[in-house]
Design a protein around this ligand. Structure first.
Ligand SMILES: NC(=O)c1ccc[n+]([C@@H]2O[C@H](COP(=O)([O-])OP(=O)(O)OC[C@H]3O[C@@H](n4cnc5c(N)ncnc54)[C@H](OP(=O)(O)O)[C@@H]3O)[C@@H](O)[C@H]2O)c1
Length: 325
């Protein structure tokens, strides 16, 4: 099969399209013929060797994929050859024509979603669920700021929050991104490149500040996030930090005034029960129609280097990047 592998950690040139054997399916595993594979910022951190958990080399990258069941292990029930599925790949392997995954990490893919959309379910939606529901226990009527709502995680968080009855202010860095965020149901949208946008965001919601701030770029925004917190909230303000690419200066006094909590979020922190809880809500959300990944661009496996460049350097996110395999 064709697969994109790395033999050493390094630049995007370390990504090599190769022919490798199709993996053997274990007893509690499913072999999936991949139609689409999600591309995530974390894939680039792993490729560089800067992520906390690194695979043994050579390694096939890719934390999520969608396709058709090719074969199931003897210990797997409820799935059969030919079923459309999406997969969660905490141990990587999605950038390939076939991938094996553990049985609790493969789920039926509704006809409502394309394979490309199925390849954008695990990292964005399970992360958004972990941040907003498992870690923040967000409630209907609360007001949420999504800093970076135009990317894959931001869109998933926006759709989840609206389904939970939460008011959402989203930010994006381009007009196209702002229009997308608005079209997906955000109550207000602001451009995080414009001066004074946070003051305008607070004014738009009546001046009282936010109950929850989901942060996708904490190294830029965390200090400013602490200035837009709801001072009167009965439940402490929560700031789930999903993304960060460096250090940042904050004034802890704002935390004291609002008794706020900054919460680190790690998708891989899900216990088995939390993972299955998130899966249940997301599967129901697909049927109910609110889980709808937006695909910004599809790449061929041959374009892996370009895809890794774009996921980090493209200005103006408009959803998810995937490989069509
Ligand atoms: N903790 C975890 O387990 C976990 C899981 C998944 C993802 N992540 C991290 O979460 C982050 C987002 O992931 P993703 O897949 O959604 O990436 P993405 O699709 O590339 O989206 C990035 C988002 O950040 C926005 N952004 C850019 N500059 C910003 C700024 N100055 N202020 C606020 N937002 C800004 C982008 O908006 P514009 O392009 O419109 O400017 C876009 O909405 C990444 O850092 C990723 O590594 C962490």
């Amino acid at each position: 099969m064709k697969a994109v592998r790395i033999h050493k950690f390094g630049s995007k040139d370390a990504l090599k399209l190769e022919t490798v054997p199709i993996p053997e399916v274990g007893e509690s595993e499913v072999l999936v013929r991949v139609n689409a594979a999600g591309i995530n910022p974390v894939d680039t951190y792993i490729r560089e060797g800067s992520f906390a958990v690194l695979p043994t080399l050579p390694a096939i990258l890719g934390k999520e994929a969608a396709g058709v069941v090719e074969k199931v292990g003897d210990g797997v029930q409820g799935l059969k050859e030919g079923d459309r599925v999406f997969t969660c790949l905490p141990d990587n392997g999605g950038y390939a024509e076939y991938v094996t995954c553990k049985k609790n990490y493969v789920f039926p893919l509704s006809e409502r979603l394309s394979f490309s959309q199925g390849a954008g379910l695990y990292v964005p939606y399970f992360t958004a669920y972990r941040a907003l529901v498992i870690k923040c226990r967000i409630k209907p009527g609360e007001v949420l700021l999504i800093h970076g709502a135009s990317g894959a995680v931001g869109i998933a968080a926006l759709q989840l929050a609206k389904a939970c009855g939460v008011s959402v202010v989203g930010t994006a860095g381009t007009l196209e991104g702002m229009e997308l965020v608005k079209s997906l149901g955000a109550d207000f949208v602001f451009n995080h490149k414009e001066k004074g946008y946070l003051n305008n965001a607070v004014a738009a919601i009546g001046g009282q500040g936010f109950n929850v701030v989901l942060e996708n770029l904490a190294n830029i925004n965390l200090g400013a996030d602490l200035t837009v917190l709801n001072q009167q909230a009965r439940v402490a303000v929560r700031i789930p930090v999903v993304g960060s690419r460096g250090s940042v200066e904050v004034n802890p006094r704002s935390l004291m005034l609002t008794e706020s909590t900054i919460i680190g979020v790690k998708l891989m922190g899900n216990t088995e029960e939390e993972h299955l809880e998130a899966a249940g809500v997301i599967l129901k959300g697909i049927e109910d129609g609110w889980v709808k990944p937006i695909i910004a661009r599809e790449y061929a496996l041959e374009e892996a280097s370009q895809a890794h460049h774009d996921i980090i350097h493209n200005k103006g996110a408009r959803g998810k990047l995937v490989f069509k395999v």
